[in-house]
Design a protein around this ligand. Structure first.
Ligand code: 4AD
Length: 467
């Protein structure tokens, strides 16, 4: 019967289980005319299949051995055979048993020259450099992404995609257990939701419209609509023109919006419990996947505290100043300053994960609630992982006049969706707040990967809309 390669172990070998397996031909080797070995890869697992032709007519035919030898790498192959213990320990496969093949069948043969060798894509960067670019030419990220359907076959990419899935599932599970429910907000909207120019404009039945830059306005309207605690997991579009390691034009937003009783710290408390539970889940339940990623792209395990550190923006600026970096106390932090602060916080507090709050109002979106004691600051925060922002959040303005004034000061175009949102506050809005996290960034930084494109299955940036 059909078997999963990952299930093939000592038990199946001891029982001499007869199996049918399909996979990609990762490696094809031969030993004279009488023997061939085909390593089949399936997801993150691989198994050695042995074809042996006996002189006395035992085993498979010589023709079948010849056929196996003629297979091309990455072809889709099916084998029928019996699970057995190997004579020698296996080093190049994940499974420590082999399949003694009775029949082999090629479902889809690779007949072209593959754009790159998958083994090269699966090699650590350090190894590729050591080879001097001869035996294992380093496969550039662009080449890999251009041929993503092939690139995804590496165990590391399979592991990254699974980690991404786990973060998403845990996010939903944790929030559901706290009384939140998932809503979907429109991705076709009448105008910018965050302010700023990074929107993809489009024409919607003759009207100007755009792709949603965030679920911001609609998740807030859900709270005004009495939904109390909601989350949104879905695509977010930003017409980013600069190409950096952490900006995509389409990413998956993990958004939360909730009624708050008194203080925006209620949102920070939620983030604390939520992200610590995600980190714990990954560390405890995804050791296998993390091990695979780590062996290709080595990273230090993430350090975090059970009670997430909270620093005010002013404290952050002060720490930077004491370390020789002068920043405008009312301006925003640039990437370099954020990274430096991340290092300083790690040295002083021993954590890669912290919340920086009470940002200057001037650097936050118009809908952010100013601090009651000093409106030059706001009830807002960013959350950092290994020195890079993964979340931004805040208490929102729930008072109509105040919102209208801030929108005007910030030069926000109050058309269609925006005007409906602003008017909705006049229906009586409760105190509320929330946050937005970028899924690809969370995974990139948790796994210490250098580029958010490695986490997005089919990344979009200013130069890439294919495949
Ligand atoms: O900081 P941003 O723009 O905040 C908002 O969208 C607010 N509506 C959130 C809120 O509820 N107040 O985006 C939130 C997060 C960032 O922290 C980052 O992780 C991610 O989304 N992000 C991106 N990820 C990949 N590529 C991009 N171009 C991103 N822009 C933001």
């Amino acid at each position: 019967s059909w078997a999963e390669v990952s299930d093939l172990g000592a038990e199946a070998a001891a029982a001499g289980r007869a199996v049918l397996v399909r996979g990609f031909a990762q490696e094809i080797r031969s030993l004279g005319k009488m023997m061939a070995f085909v390593v089949l890869r399936q997801g993150m697992s691989s198994v050695q299949c042995v074809l042996a032709a006996g002189a006395d007519g035992a085993g498979v035919s010589k023709q079948m051995v010849a056929f196996a030898k003629s297979l091309t790498k990455e072809s889709t192959v099916e084998v029928e055979g019996v699970v057995a213990f190997p004579k020698e320990p296996l080093v190049s496969t994940t499974q420590q048993v082999e399949i003694h093949v009775r029949k082999i069948h090629c479902i889809n043969r690779v007949t072209t020259t593959l754009p790159f060798n998958l083994e090269d894509a699966a090699r650590s960067d350090a190894e590729s450099e050591n080879s001097g670019g001869k035996q294992s030419p380093h496969v550039g990220l662009d080449t890999r992404l251009n041929n993503r359907a092939l690139d995804l076959r590496t165990r590391t990419n399979q592991a990254i995609q699974r980690i991404r899935h786990e973060v998403k599932m845990k996010f939903k599970e944790f929030l559901s257990s706290k009384g939140f429910y998932e809503i979907d907000t429109p991705k076709l909207i009448g105008g910018s939701s965050e302010g700023g120019a990074d929107v993809f404009d489009l024409v919607y039945h003759g009207q100007p419209a755009c792709l949603a830059q965030s679920p911001q306005l609609h998740k807030q309207m859900a709270i005004i609509g009495g939904c109390r605690r909601v989350f949104v997991v879905g695509p977010v579009f930003r017409a980013e023109t600069s190409r950096t390691h952490r900006h995509l034009c389409e990413f998956t937003g993990l958004d939360v919006e909730m009624e708050i009783m008194e203080h925006y710290f209620e949102v920070c408390d939620l983030i604390d419990g939520l992200f610590v539970s995600i980190f714990k889940h990954l560390t405890e339940k995804c050791k296998y996947e993390l091990g695979i990623i780590n062996s290709q792209y080595p990273f230090e395990p993430l350090k975090y505290l059970d009670q997430t550190l909270r620093l005010t923006y002013e404290e952050g600026i002060q720490m930077l100043k004491e370390a020789g970096t002068e920043m405008d106390p009312m301006g925003d932090l640039n990437t370099e300053a954020e990274r430096k602060l991340g290092r300083l916080v790690k040295e002083k507090y021993g954590t890669d994960f912290f919340i920086l709050h009470r940002y200057p109002s001037a650097v936050r979106p118009f809908y952010t609630m100013p601090c009651y004691d000093n409106p030059a600051y706001s009830n807002s925060f960013d959350v950092f992982l290994r020195g890079e922002e993964i979340i931004s959040g805040a208490q929102r303005i729930h008072i109509p006049g105040m919102l209208a004034k801030r929108a005007q000061e910030c030069g926000v175009d109050a058309s269609t969706t925006m005007s409906a949102y602003m008017e909705s506050l006049s229906f009586g809005a409760p105190l509320h707040g929330g946050f937005g996290a970028g899924l690809e960034r969370v995974v990139m930084l948790f796994c210490g990967l250098g580029n958010v494109r490695m986490v997005s299955m089919f990344p979009r940036d200013s130069r890439r809309i294919s495949p």
